[in-house]
Design a binder for this molecule. Structure first.
Ligand SMILES: [Zn+2]
Length: 374
């Protein structure tokens, strides 16, 4: 966020090109949606992003989180973000390969790491240092939306952009399921082996995977929760809907504990427990009121067009359970992004779960005078 605020305005032409380029990326990502589970995957990258203009002229690109393609790297001076973007676009059009940052000896203030010789190397995205969120848009032409996008996630949900409304309930169709769990290098990601889905306004979205961030990426009314789970869904058109379940310190969470009991200690090696099952339905809070806005993936390639549903009620997780995750990922939260005039719809009353909410105690009700003698 702070970096974005300082970023020089990018020229409209470059922005247009970026959009077109992103279109090319989308179609390539869609192709990668069926990739084998062993393929390195970013938190959201196993999913085909959203309806976007295809760009048949563009050469196919590798899945966003895959290692650098075989094509020769193109050196881009690290100093000037606009220069990097212009060069990346030019190289993209020329059909060349991965864009890498090259040390020029005139490193910007944000680059604190010292490197001995001006040799080329690919920088992989991460949450700190040279590959950190403020640089994601420069790391690869495929990541341009991370810096140029106008509808990025996560956001700080605040009252001044909120529309308080009666919103339709989300119908969650989750059941007991075996799972696979992997440390994908950026988060702990879980796949539901028996599937699940959510339906809203008649649109059914299948559960693709869910994963965790610490701390929570979303900020709600100024509060940042300890962790968040992102439940990533996709409909038949390839459009994404992500449900965010905020986690706050409290009682131990059985759902989380079952997952953690099978925590992988090696990266990119999925574990598939033979008998253990979890039930997302039991993980969700009873009150399913939510905030809804349009945003993006919160990891490169930061693809936009993602429908976000942040459940307003957090669920509890113990300090020990947060500690387990933080030994793997102490900070894997992207900073909040500019709203750029976006609005957030908020359920003004519980969207469902109303029936399970206990009625107010009689003692708090106004006393109704009885008719005499009855
Ligand atoms: Zn996420």
């Amino acid at each position: 966020m702070q970096n974005q605020a300082k970023r020089p305005f990018v020229r409209p032409l470059a922005a247009m090109l970026a959009l077109t380029l992103a279109g090319g990326l989308f179609s390539a990502s869609a192709v990668s949606a069926g990739a084998p589970p062993a393929a390195p995957a970013a938190p959201h990258s196993a999913i085909a992003p959203v309806a976007a203009p295809a760009m048949p002229k563009a050469a196919p690109v590798a899945p966003a989180a895959a290692p650098a393609p075989a094509a020769g790297p193109v050196a881009v001076p690290a100093g000037d973000p606009n220069e990097a973007i212009r060069k990346a676009i030019a190289e993209r059009i020329a059909g060349k390969g991965e864009v890498v940052l090259k040390s020029t000896g005139v490193a910007p203030a944000s680059q604190t790491k010292k490197r001995a010789a001006p040799k080329k190397h690919t920088v992989h995205w991460s949450y700190e240092g040279e590959g950190g969120p403020h640089n994601w848009g420069k790391l690869s032409k495929q990541y341009l939306a991370c810096s140029n996008g106008k509808n990025q996630s996560p956001i700080a949900v605040e009252a001044d952009s909120m529309l308080n409304l009666d919103l339709p309930a989300i119908d969650f169709d989750y059941r007991d399921s075996r799972f696979s769990i992997v440390d994908n290098g950026h988060t702990v990601e879980v796949k539901y082996l028996e599937g699940g889905a959510m339906t809203i306004l008649g649109q059914r979205y299948e559960l693709v995977q869910f994963h965790f961030h610490r701390p929570a990426e979303e900020v709600v009314n100024g509060k940042r929760y300890d962790m968040v789970a992102h439940l990533v869904h996709k409909n038949s058109k390839g459009q994404l809907a992500v449900v965010a379940v905020l986690l706050t310190l409290g009682e131990e969470n059985r759902f989380i504990q079952t997952l953690w009991n099978h925590m992988p200690i090696e990266k990119k090696k999925p574990i598939e427990p033979p008998t253990a099952k979890v039930d997302l339905a039991k993980f969700l809070p009873a009150n399913k009121a939510y905030f809804h806005y349009m945003g993006s993936l919160t990891t490169p390639p930061c693809t936009e067009g993602v429908a976000w549903y942040i459940l307003q009620s957090p669920v509890e997780v113990s300090a020990g359970q947060v500690e387990v995750f933080s030994k793997m990922y102490a900070n894997n939260a992207r900073p909040t992004q500019r709203m750029n005039g976006r609005l957030v719809k908020a359920s003004r009353a519980p969207a469902d779960g109303v029936a399970s909410k206990p009625a107010p105690a009689m003692t708090s009700m106004p006393r109704i005078p009885r008719a005499g003698g009855q």
